[in-house]
Unconditional design. Structure first.
Length: 311
């Protein structure tokens, strides 16, 4: 919403994500990997409130402890605002209040959602009128998951994950997310994947030059069939995440024993996403895991990408 006068504020809501499928290609000369992933935006949102200011600043609140997050120019949301200001030749600044609900360093794209929401909020606040296509181009400069946080829904990501193609998904998928007490560094997980592949070079298939999303995953999403999708959940980053955080194996086992159709480490982890058959099964799974002293949240997908909130 945009109000007039000194109190004007734009509120944008952007979703976290689950990677229901992820293949990682070979380590390239530039130190990066191409990926092929199936993203699903879920009903766990970052709330960003943008207000006019002379400079660029950010404060945090919400259900997630953000005390360890940077609030200077290295913060991804601040970088997003500065990038938009530079491209639009806007001479003012912005103050961002971010209500965090997506786990930090949890493999669910919370920081990317903040950046996507900031781009959209500042575009509205400043009246830059860049449009979605140009905002997506700026999002890709900020990080691989930022364009998807703008787009939302269900999509296939290739390249760094930022070359997006919408994917049809029928119905609603029900997820129970088991949150870890600490995060995992995405670069560390990728580095561990490279070491894992070196250690097991004779035991596992070689990394693909150009990874692709398995057709069975897209068929399951199109059918809206959680049982079918459960058979094809896959993440190349799961093994290295488990090596770095062995307790995740016990979390996966606990969820599957408690009735999940399947569990998967989301992205680079350490959040574990469990797929449930329906809303009732998700509630039962949440109760069972909570009784086992796991911190869990229920969510559904797919949902819209970043949107200006009304009211």
């Amino acid at each position: 919403m945009v109000a007039t006068g000194a109190s004007r504020v734009v509120h944008v809501r952007a979703p976290g994500k689950i990677n229901v499928f992820m293949k990682v290609g070979v380590l390239m000369d530039d130190g990066y990997h191409d990926v092929a992933t199936a993203y699903q935006a879920i009903s766990l949102y970052e709330e960003v409130y943008a207000r006019p200011a002379d400079d660029f600043s950010v404060t945090f609140s919400g259900s997630i402890d953000a005390s360890g997050l940077a609030t200077d120019g290295t913060n991804l949301a601040i970088r997003a605002a500065r990038l938009l200001a530079r491209v639009a030749d806007y001479r003012g600044g912005v103050h961002l209040d971010i209500e965090k609900n997506v786990p930090i360093a949890g493999g669910m794209g919370g920081g990317s959602a903040d950046a996507a929401a900031t781009l959209l909020a500042c575009d509205h606040l400043w009246g830059t009128g860049l449009g979605r296509e140009e905002l997506h181009s700026l999002a890709a400069e900020l990080g691989a998951d930022v364009p998807f946080a703008l787009m939302g829904g269900t999509a296939v990501g290739t390249g760094r994950g930022d070359a997006l193609s919408p994917a049809l998904a029928q119905g609603t998928f029900h997820w129970v997310l088991a949150l870890a007490e600490s995060g995992l560094s995405t670069p560390e997980v990728y580095a561990e994947l490279d070491r894992h592949r070196e250690r097991h070079v004779h035991d596992i298939a070689p990394a693909p030059e150009q990874p692709t999303v398995d057709i069975e995953v897209l068929q399951a999403l199109r059918a809206g069939d959680p049982h079918q999708l459960a058979e094809y959940l896959h993440n190349d980053l799961q093994a290295p995440a488990l090596h770095l955080e062995p307790a995740l194996a016990r979390t996966l086992e606990a969820g599957e024993k408690a009735g999940a159709l399947a569990g998967i480490v989301s992205g680079s982890g350490p959040t574990v996403a469990f797929l449930a058959a329906d809303a009732d099964a998700a509630l039962e799974l949440q109760v069972e895991l909570s009784a086992g002293r796991h911190t869990v949240i229920r969510a559904t997908g797919p949902v819209h990408g970043a949107r200006v909130a009304a009211g």
